[in-house]
Ligand binder design. Structure first.
Ligand SMILES: NC(=O)c1ccc[n+]([C@@H]2O[C@H](COP(=O)([O-])OP(=O)(O)OC[C@H]3O[C@@H](n4cnc5c(N)ncnc54)[C@H](O)[C@@H]3O)[C@@H](O)[C@H]2O)c1
Length: 355
């Protein structure tokens, strides 16, 4: 599908529709919100701003209704669902592996319990046409060879477990309650909007360090590879999953074919910066057994019409330009919230709201 045909299809589906995006202030969620607004949707965002930023929504702030609250709170969810959205995109998450290892309870509360609560609200939403749950390749753990939707999941971290629980809930809600719900699994999504930070992905962190001429630390030999997917591709795949009736009850891998080693990635970023940052190698993290993460996206291509066109280098350049702007404006390091405070807050809300 060429990009004009795809845009026309998405415009036809979303123009005038009501959408809810949980985690809509996050890096992927905010791109989705901006695109939905461009296609004429009326969007509500539910976000607790634990890793999201209101500034990510600056371009569409006046067109979006923001509910500041948690997916782990039935009260906040009621407020988010009050307009009976036709499409629900569930992206809110406690992100990601290292964060979950340090804070497994928060992780479970948002990713597993929160997902079940979001699904339950969607079940009672009489106008619902499509629901998409954003999952992760982390549910698969370390696997030999190319990953497929049929590959047996073997999560290696609490995050992998909680995201897999969310997947199972979504598929079961589709089977048992007839919810028009699908699961998309993202693979190392990157692009403008993701700030560097302790729990964030490798690309913004390497870029942040390269801008300052600091050493880029690689945990492993550098020969580990990942399938990097430019953000707008993942977002298009997510929108397609929401509007495709055949997607219901199914899981889709949204890959790109851009398989890059971490060493090559570091070299590319140092070269973009024009600085002399060195690559430094440290032992692998105990939980990170994934040497090569590569996927087939054939099912998404066949059923959704998904195709990733952005080349890795093009995506990297756009991300580099954004991080530099962000760094110049205010310094772009993600603030670190107090996890204990976050956990207590969620727990209290949940106790009030629980069934
Ligand atoms: N970025 C990736 O490479 C990647 C890869 C695989 C899967 N995913 C999934 O994609 C989704 C979006 O990821 P992202 O990279 O945009 O992460 P992000 O951290 O930027 O976005 C997550 C958003 O959820 C919000 N949030 C967290 N806990 C919440 C809660 N209890 N209630 C309401 N909002 C809450 C955060 O404030 C943030 O805005 C997540 O579900 C994540 O698991 C991302």
């Amino acid at each position: 599908m060429n990009s004009e045909t795809l845009s026309a299809k998405l415009f036809q589906a979303f123009s005038g529709s009501r959408c809810l995006v949980t985690g809509g202030a996050g890096s992927i969620g905010s791109q989705l919100v901006r695109d939905l607004v461009t296609f004429g949707a009326s969007v509500t965002v539910l976000d607790n701003f634990s890793s999201g930023h209101l500034s990510n929504l600056a371009a569409v702030q006046s067109q979006v209704r923001v509910v500041r609250g948690s997916v782990a709170s039935s009260i906040d969810l009621q407020s988010a669902f009050v307009r009976e959205p036709e499409y629900v995109f569930h992206l809110a998450a406690h992100f990601a592996n290292q964060n979950s290892i340090e804070h497994p309870y928060s992780d479970m509360l948002t990713n597993a319990v929160g997902t079940q609560l979001v699904l339950d609200c969607a079940r009672n939403d009489k106008r619902l046409k499509g629901f998409v749950y954003a999952s992760s390749s982390c549910v698969l753990g370390a696997q030999p060879g190319v990953m497929h939707e049929e590959t047996r999941p073997a999560p290696e971290t609490p995050y992998g477990v909680s995201k897999l629980a969310g997947e199972h809930y979504t598929v079961v809600y589709a089977q048992v309650y007839g919810l028009p719900a699908a699961v998309v699994r993202y693979f190392n999504v990157f692009g403008p909007g993701e700030r560097p930070g302790r729990y964030r992905n490798v690309i913004p962190n390497f870029m942040h360090r390269a801008i300052h001429g600091d050493t880029l630390t690689i945990t492993g030999s550098g020969d580990e590879s990942r399938e990097f997917v430019y953000i707008t591709e993942a977002v298009r795949g997510t929108m397609l999953a929401a509007i495709t009736p055949e997607a219901r009850g199914q899981v889709f891998h949204l890959g790109s074919g851009n398989n890059v080693t971490v060493r090559e990635l570091g070299q590319k970023i140092v070269s973009l910066s024009g600085n002399r940052s060195k690559l430094d190698f440290k032992p692998r993290r105990s939980w990170d057994g994934v040497s090569r993460r590569e996927t087939s996206s054939e099912r998404a291509k066949q059923l959704l019409g998904y195709e990733a066109h952005t080349s890795f280098d093009e995506g990297l350049q756009r991300t580099w330009a954004w991080i530099n702007e962000c760094e110049l404006a205010a310094g772009c390091l993600d603030r670190e919230i107090s996890p204990v405070h976050a956990t207590m807050n969620e727990a209290v809300r949940f106790a009030v709201a629980g069934d």
